[in-house]
Ligand binder design. Sequence first.
Ligand SMILES: [Zn+2]
Length: 174
Amino acid sequence: MPIRKPIPKLSHTENYPIVRFTIERESNRGPTPEPVICVVSQDGCWEVINRAIAQYNGYIQLVSDGISHKFHKVVYENYHEPLYDNYALHTCDNPICANPSHLFRGTHADNMRDAAEKGRMCRKLTPEEVQDIRKIYANRSITQKELGTIYGVTPTTIGCITRRKTWRWLNEVD
Ligand SMILES: [Zn+2]
């Protein structure tokens, strides 16, 4: 049997638009972990705002007792079932989302297929389109998913643009 990383235990409280996950302390000695704070997006995603995002895969990292976990996996295992060798995939295609109802279980093959399907949707945007996306999204009358469909990119791409994770150098033009 492979040794599994112990999964931190979570509970949460909702006070719209804020969701706060409390992480149970692993032992009496360790410091009490800081809660994970999320903001509920237009799409119903619980977007984590106070934790580091892993540089290459874009997921939220949760460090507990010196072990780094992908936070959405921790959420899945707390609210659904153990994953063992499986993956927690996002129905919303938003890697920083921690809403348990946006997560489903998939195998490695599912994970690859999911990534490939989402990859096919992606295309390069022009600076003008990026400015338009920010302007349109600022009104909040449209979801990231809808914007993604219009521009032929994933909601994640839209989210990165509106949060200025990408195209940061591009100034707003009125
Ligand atoms: Zn979501």
